[in-house]
Design a protein around this ligand. Structure first.
Ligand SMILES: [Zn+2]
Length: 292
């Protein structure tokens, strides 16, 4: 069973879908969303336009267990399945109905390592870029798919073309706007704040509430251009933190055989994971893009 709560204004407008705990071990959305529901229920907040649908917990059994998922990643294969073969496939069919009936998606996630909060965006769609840029996060990231296309490996070893259809892809392929926000570290109260702010700012961006936007300062767009895998027991040259700047030619890591991995341009180290398993994504390199 998935519980959803919807509010509709008398004045028609955009249909926004807000999701929490698509991954059961990422509680920020599941904690932040009920605050906004309570504000709308009690009249502390008023919806002036459109319709907003909240799903605080998309994967209830995984959330109760504190696990990412029960049988498989829920954020895959989000096309209706005629013969759902596992728990997440059955949940996915419910989510597909909600995803098919929205104009914009806000999907709230967190990460185990507490990377700087950021939102994934497809900047070639100006409407989606504007939406993502107003969520109150400093950093927008793009280039995810291009980075993997440039390697002979994939982010997800796909066994079926529908495997790569997550919440964002399900909405974008119908022409909707999607924002997946990584709000910070799993279980950190700060991540709940980021999630709450993103919900508020999404409602504000679409003209659905009349309050002021919260903390919507300058944003930067980081285009990831390269992924480095941890193929041996090499080491970072520094204890990199997320989005640390690097200069062109500066060594970022050294392979076990002594090969230096140098920055291909002036840019940033993104999502460094010094101790990830061998064969996994070790870190990314990205460049900051200026936008009007
Ligand atoms: Zn997640």
């Amino acid at each position: 069973m998935i519980k959803s709560v919807a509010f509709a204004a008398e004045t028609p407008g955009p249909k926004l879908l807000v999701l929490g705990a698509v991954h059961g071990n990422e509680p920020c959305g599941a904690v932040a969303i009920p605050h906004v529901i309570a504000e709308l229920m009690t009249g502390k907040r008023n919806l002036v336009r459109g319709r907003v649908t909240f799903v605080p917990v998309c994967n209830p059994r995984a959330y109760a267990a504190g696990e990412r998922y029960i049988d498989r990643n829920l954020n895959r294969y989000l096309v209706p399945q005629a013969h759902p073969d596992c728990y997440e496939a059955r949940l996915g069919n419910i989510l597909c109905g909600l995803l098919a009936d929205c104009d914009a998606l806000l999907d709230l996630h967190s990460t185990p390592r507490g990377n700087e909060p950021h939102v994934y965006v497809e900047p070639s769609n100006p409407a989606e870029y504007a939406y993502a840029a107003h969520l109150g996060l400093r950093t927008l990231i793009t280039g995810w798919e291009d980075v993997y296309a440039a390697t002979d490996r994939k982010a997800v070893e796909q066994i079926h073309p529908d495997e790569g259809i997550g919440t964002e892809q399900a909405v974008r392929r119908r022409g909707g706007l999607a924002a997946l926000v990584e709000c910070g570290q799993d279980g950190d109260p700060q991540a709940v704040e980021v999630a709450y702010r993103a919900i508020h700012n999404a409602l504000k961006h679409f003209g659905m509430v009349e309050e002021k936007a919260l903390a919507s300062g300058a944003t930067r767009l980081v285009r990831m251009t390269k992924v480095y895998y941890r193929d041996d027991n090499g080491a970072f040259t520094r204890p990199w933190r997320d989005f640390d700047p690097v200069e062109a030619g500066e060594p970022m890591a050294i392979r076990a055989n002594g090969t230096r991995l140098c920055a291909p341009a002036n840019g940033l180290v993104v999502m460094p994971q010094p101790d990830c398993a061998l064969g996994q994504e070790w870190f990314y390199f990205g460049v900051e893009e200026t936008r009007d």
